[in-house]
Design a protein around this ligand. Structure first.
Ligand SMILES: [Zn+2]
Length: 320
């Protein structure tokens, strides 16, 4: 482990203490976490602006984190466009990939050691198991058709019986020389988090109010480490929010169910979770949720048409 990653890991270990102390005015830390897989759209802009408003209202700090783990879709050109669009929108951050800070690096692709250590901890504690099922395998094993873009409920094909979680371990790459840091993943192996079936996961969301999801019913065993040897969103997000000392996560309401999964990860890793504020999603004229394929509503396009961020800010004020 290099010195930087060692420091980050030490920081992660200390968070149990840091994050259970009362969050007084001034200790608020929020974050903006865009993915450079396309141009930012109006929905992203609104969520990020709300995140900034909430941080400022508490006299807190804002961190910009580049969520660039998806190697096949992330592009350098979108990283620079993202920074430019956020600045044009009137957003300013205290720490980020462009300005540095004490919790860097601020691009997820540079934080892999930290995620590997979290995976190793989950493996050691028996919270995860290896799974070789493809997404297609999972979908074809389901009794009911799967709708939406959320992860389908895993049918349990590779799930070992209780008390046998360590069977089949370790599943590490054979090419790795002994003593070379945490184990690398063998190709083709997903690591799945075993959810406590039937347990209700409850939290109070800052915008959406009281939430309740049942593990094994609303979501199943989920992937924390992908077969292409990259951490899944759930794990990277939890590790980063904890290591960066984030006290409130502001993001879109499409991630409410992910929050339930992430609360299980916080508990498994022995870390106190932040609070959450899930913004309602923006839709287009047809009621379809905005995505990066909506070029007509990308900040680039709207800016070219003479859009003024001030007018949007006034409109969004009611949501804060
Ligand atoms: Zn499997």
């Amino acid at each position: 482990m290099d010195a930087g990653a060692g420091r980050l890991w030490a920081c992660l270990m200390e968070l149990d203490w840091a994050m259970t102390t009362p969050r007084d005015r001034g200790s608020y830390r929020g974050r903006l976490a865009p993915s450079p897989t396309g141009y930012l759209h109006l929905g992203n802009a609104r969520t990020f602006w709300i995140a900034q408003r909430r941080a400022r209202a508490c006299g807190g700090e804002l961190v910009l984190r580049n969520e660039d783990l998806d190697r096949s879709r992330c592009r350098a050109v979108y990283v620079s466009a993202m920074l430019e669009d956020l600045l044009w929108l009137g957003l300013r951050w205290n720490e980020g990939p462009d300005c540095g800070g004490p919790h860097g690096p601020y691009a997820q692709s540079q934080r892999l050691t930290l995620y590997r250590h979290a995976l190793e901890r989950l493996q050691r504690l028996g919270h995860v198991y290896p799974c070789r099922c493809s997404r297609r395998d999972v979908l074809s094993a389901l009794a009911a058709p799967h709708a939406g873009d959320d992860e389908p409920i895993y049918p349990g094909t590779c799930r070992p019986p209780h008390g046998q979680l360590r069977m089949g371990m370790p599943v590490v790459a054979e090419s790795q020389p002994p003593g070379e840091g945490p184990p690398r993943n063998a190709p083709g192996v997903n690591w799945r988090f075993r959810v406590p079936e039937g347990e209700a996961i409850e939290f109070v969301d800052g915008y959406c109010g009281r939430q309740r999801f049942t593990a094994g019913v609303d979501f199943g065993d989920f992937v924390v480490w992908r077969q292409d040897d990259v951490p899944a969103y759930q794990l990277a997000c939890v590790v980063d929010d904890a290591a960066m000392g984030i006290t409130e996560v502001v993001r879109g309401a499409d991630l409410l169910r992910s929050t339930a999964r992430q609360l299980l990860l916080y508990r498994a890793l022995g870390m106190a979770p932040p609070t959450f504020f899930h913004c309602p999603l923006l839709t287009d004229a047809q009621g379809v949720r905005l995505a990066k394929r909506h070029d007509a509503l990308s900040l680039r396009t709207l800016r070219g048409q003479g859009a003024a961020p001030d007018a949007w800010h006034r409109q969004w004020e009611t949501l804060v």
